[in-house]
Design a protein around this ligand. Structure first.
Ligand code: BG6
Length: 477
């Protein structure tokens, strides 16, 4: 009987290329969809602009300058004892427009050097192929993932990087939080997941499912291809897991929450089981949706089941059947109402550590495949105190309580968990708001929403705390 986390547990941290790198037009990189996404604020939407437009601030252009400072940052990750580091490859560094036949060598070289730097400290890279960015040209010219041609472009990109880095990178994921775009009413999600603004489509929901089908097929093909290139590679999917509880034991709330959870399980079901579940086929039939598929797709989905489930976990939500359509959506979840048993962050994300244990159990019972928590964390405004230090005890409290529940899932419940990489291990640009001020890091970056700052790095209080957590394999919390 396990009393501790396994010795090879992958402790680390996570970021994504566009949220840290900067250098948006350097080394032959082409513009990505995020390069034309302006910064917003809490309650102020980011604007998707047609090209780079005057009068807008694009925080991702510089991000936190990881492109030039990654050696300094990796040395800090090593000091914390990271066993792994999750980031993504910016597609437009490798194929600036996305439809070229030959990759950009300077872009490939950048990631070679980045991975070498990690490996010399014994830090395993964990790489997402598509984390909310793609060459902008593929959106302008082809309409993004609405177009089946994107499957081929993505496969070409994936083949190049899987072959090139197969001996440096063992752990891969295909599409980050692929299920975010299920919320097709919020333009940002579809835009970042697939380059499509669903609300501009004649039938947004049907279009969303068509896009998803293309991505499911692409993901399955990448899994097959990766295993053919090197059978050692572990290729996972990646799902944003927000457990949706029934607000009460009113059977209508229970049923509503179960239906709402299908919006998440659909993604696990197709990636891990390799076929569309009956509930979605019946929904398509009921709504008269006609999702275009090629004859070979059924076999491809079955042959390309993912090796593990990467998941993000930040919050839970409680749903009330009566609140559906009442405009109470918390953090974008229709029918959600405040849960009186939990508190929320300044951005309204409800903090629920037990929900993490619940989530891990639900996923493991359903799929019986390894899980990997590749995002979890607390976005907060950090202010240096009079002594110049960042005392982020609130972040430590959040992470501690989640790690406690994670350990229960592994040690008491027997969930097979590969690792834990808290989000934004170094401060970076927020995805939903484009802010610097929504910080997650153990490492503070002196960069601010008004564009000021030096990019200087500083350890927060949580830095030493997390170092001790890793050194004790989660025993010292
Ligand atoms: C996930 C994403 O949605 O959550 C990350 O995979 C993102 O890219 C993270 O940054 C936290 O969200 P936010 O909006 O607080 O940055």
């Amino acid at each position: 009987m396990k009393k501790q986390l396994p010795d090879d547990f992958l402790w680390g941290g996570a970021v994504a290329a566009h949220q840290v790198e900067g250098g948006w037009d350097q080394g032959g990189k082409g513009p990505s969809i995020v390069d034309v996404l302006s910064s917003g604020a809490h309650g102020v939407d980011r604007t998707i602009t047609d090209g780079i437009q005057p009068g807008y601030h694009y925080a991702n252009h510089d991000a936190v300058d990881f492109y030039h400072r990654y050696k300094e940052d990796i040395a800090l990750f090593a000091e914390m004892g990271f066993k792994c580091f999750r980031t993504s490859i910016a597609w437009s560094r490798i194929f600036p427009n996305g439809d070229e036949h030959e990759p950009n060598e300077a872009g490939l070289q950048f990631y070679d050097e980045l991975f070498d730097e990690l490996l010399q400290y014994g830090i395993e890279p964990v790489i997402t192929l598509s984390h909310f960015e793609m060459p902008w040209h593929l959106v302008k010219e082809y309409g993004g993932w609405k177009n089946r041609k994107l499957v081929d472009f993505f496969l070409r990109f994936s083949e190049v990087v899987l072959k090139r880095y197969q001996h440096k990178v063992k752990y891969w994921m295909t599409f980050n939080e692929i299920n975010n775009q299920r919320n097709w009413k919020t333009p940002l999600f579809g835009y970042c997941c697939s380059g499509v603004i669903f609300t501009q489509e004649p039938n947004p929901e049907e279009c969303m499912y068509q896009v998803l089908h293309h991505q499911f097929v692409a993901s399955a093909q990448v899994v097959k291809l990766g295993h053919a290139i090197n059978p050692e590679l572990q290729i996972g999917c990646m799902i944003a897991m927000v457990p949706l509880y029934p607000f009460s034991c009113n059977p209508d709330d229970v049923m509503y929450a179960q239906e709402a959870m299908r919006e998440r399980f659909l993604f696990g079901d197709v990636h891990m089981r390799g076929y569309y579940p009956s509930y979605i086929l019946h929904e398509w039939e009921r709504k008269g949706y006609n999702i275009q598929m090629q004859p070979e797709d059924t076999a491809l989905l079955r042959e390309g089941c993912a090796d593990y489930i990467g998941l993000s976990y930040y919050m839970s939500n409680a749903l009330q059947a009566d609140a559906m359509g009442a405009g109470t959506a918390l953090a974008g979840f229709e029918g959600s109402v405040p849960n009186p048993y939990v508190q929320a962050s300044d951005w309204g994300w409800q903090i629920d550590p037990v929900g993490l244990r619940y989530t891990l159990n639900v996923l493991y019972e359903r799929y019986q495949k390894p899980l990997f928590i590749v995002e979890n964390g607390f976005g907060a405004v950090d202010k240096p105190a009079a002594d110049g230090q960042i005392h982020d005890d609130y972040r430590i409290a959040y992470l501690r309580s989640h790690i406690e529940q994670m350990k229960k899932a592994v040690i008491d419940d027997g969930v097979e968990l590969m690792g834990y990489t808290p989000w934004g291990c170094i401060d970076c640009v927020s995805f939903t708001t484009g802010q610097y001020s929504k910080r997650y890091g153990f490492i503070y970056v002196d960069k601010h929403d008004d564009g000021s700052g030096t990019f200087a790095r500083a350890k927060k209080q949580s830095f030493d705390w997390y170092r001790r957590v890793i050194a004790s394999n989660g025993e010292s919390l």
